[in-house]
Design a protein around this ligand. Structure first.
Ligand SMILES: Cc1ncc(COP(=O)(O)O)c(C=O)c1O
Length: 432
């Protein structure tokens, strides 16, 4: 299909694109990928530490995923949501088995934003009122409803199409909202949150939505006790707890879900990205004690796409067969340790936050003032590309001074070593 490509055609394509991407375009035209590595049209290789927005959990075109999908598309591709399909039934059974506690009911969507809206609709079906609670620096999508659940975007014109939101400060311990130190603070931020909720609204909120590890907001992880305190806060105030696990689900932390890692079970868990192994699949797993959707509440034409569901079953099988949780812990542990060693020598590394292969490095101009080193984070990405590593950065949300390392779960030790060599090389270049 793509044998005769001219540069003019590609240029015309760039010109016709009407915007809508995240941040600035990356100057790579992709040829193909294998494992954790992406190749451009000139054959240059890049170790991908973004997993293409957390999606390529088992790497580029994993042979088992491609083989399962190829078999499936010979039979049929699209089937309406009203029908049963083998991929749908087997995947739903598997997800209900994998999810912790009473999370036994599964529903599907087309994107993370739609899936989060599904969680919002479930909350509205199960509680009175309209008000929701989210954390500062949250990211839950860009549909008209979800864009206001997320941290307000620059020049955001779209907030009036969402329910009322109360934003509470999160346990961002490196930059504590109360200027306290953990654990001496005894999680005073949760008590502050309680106060903000009780005194900041005329009606009790019905649910709190949060990412267990805030990715786009700055790769912020929270102390384990925070989760128990938030669960208690929700129970005290009769709010449902919604975990947006679109980034953290399916192995990124070395467990199926962050809920397993922290041993705290939400009422509603939103999943997506990595589960599809490169194919679009999103959804919600919710407590079987909750009232379900009413007919017509939540349906999208392609939401039960059998091809994506087959890919998800194959991806889960690969995670199990290749013991990828072990790999995540080993390689993630290696990268985190190396970063902490580098932190001893390079002042610019303010904080290293890492669980499994969810890793963020907060760059600062000065360790004392913690002034964010934003241009340096931007340079990190550019210099990484020159040296054959794709780093992520959180320029769009949060402070913009975070380098993200979140490679596919299949990344090898030698690839991780190369990533860390490049990382140090860039640190040296920045020091000059
Ligand atoms: C945590 C989280 N929630 C929601 C979304 C929105 O997903 P989508 O872009 O598919 O709407 C994303 C996407 O980056 C995400 O990372």
């Amino acid at each position: 299909m793509f044998e005769h490509i001219s540069q003019e055609d590609l240029d015309a394509g760039w010109k016709a694109l009407g915007g809508g991407g995240v941040g600035s375009a990356i100057p790579i035209v992709v040829s193909h990928g294998k494992g954790s590595t992406l190749y451009d049209l000139d054959g240059k290789a890049y170790i991908d530490c973004t997993s293409q927005a957390w999606s390529l959990s088992v790497g580029y075109s994993h042979p088992k995923v491609i083989s399962a999908v190829t078999e499936q598309i010979q039979k049929y591709t699209h089937i309406r949501t009203s029908f049963g399909t083998i991929p749908k039934l087997l995947l739903s059974k598997k997800l209900a088995e994998l999810a912790p506690g009473n999370l036994k009911k599964v529903t599907y969507a087309l994107s993370g934003s739609d899936a989060n809206e599904g969680a919002v609709k479930l909350a509205l079906r199960n509680r009175n009122g309209n008000t929701f609670v989210t954390l500062m620096d949250a990211y839950h999508g860009r549909s008209l409803a979800m864009i206001n659940f997320s941290w307000p975007h620059p020049n955001n014109r779209f907030t009036s199409f969402s329910p009322p939101i109360i934003r509470i400060p999160q346990a961002y311990c490196y930059r504590c909202p109360l200027r306290l130190e953990y654990p001496a603070c005894q999680l005073a931020c949760v008590e502050l949150a309680r106060d903000i909720i009780l005194r900041g609204t005329s009606e009790p909120p019905l649910a709190l939505m949060m990412e267990p590890f805030q990715g786009n907001g700055g790769m912020i992880c929270f102390p384990p006790e925070y989760f128990k305190a938030i669960r208690n806060l929700c129970d005290d105030l009769n709010m449902l707890l919604i975990f947006d696990e679109i980034q953290t689900g399916f192995g990124r932390l070395g467990t199926w879900f962050a809920a397993d890692y922290y041993q705290v079970i939400p009422d509603i868990l939103v999943f997506g990205k990595g589960v599809g192994g490169g194919f679009p699949l999103f959804g919600v797993i919710y407590d079987q004690g909750l009232k379900s959707f009413m007919p017509g509440d939540h349906s999208y034409t392609f939401a039960h796409f059998p091809v994506s569901m087959t890919a998800a079953l194959a991806t889960i099988q690969v995670i199990e067969e290749e013991n990828l949780f072990d790999n995540v812990r080993t390689i993630g542990g290696f990268i985190a340790q190396r970063l902490r060693e580098l932190q001893q020598s390079y002042e610019i590394i303010g904080d290293v936050r890492a669980i499994g292969l969810m890793i963020g490095v907060e760059l600062v101009k000065d360790r004392k003032t913690k002034e964010p080193a934003c241009e340096e984070a931007e340079k990190f990405v550019k210099e990484g590309l020159k040296r054959g590593v794709i780093f992520g950065e959180s320029r769009y949300m949060g402070l913009g001074n975070i380098v993200k390392i979140k490679p596919p779960l299949v990344i090898t030790q030698s690839e991780a070593e190369k990533v860390m060599e490049v990382f140090e090389d860039i640190l040296k270049a920045l020091k000059k």
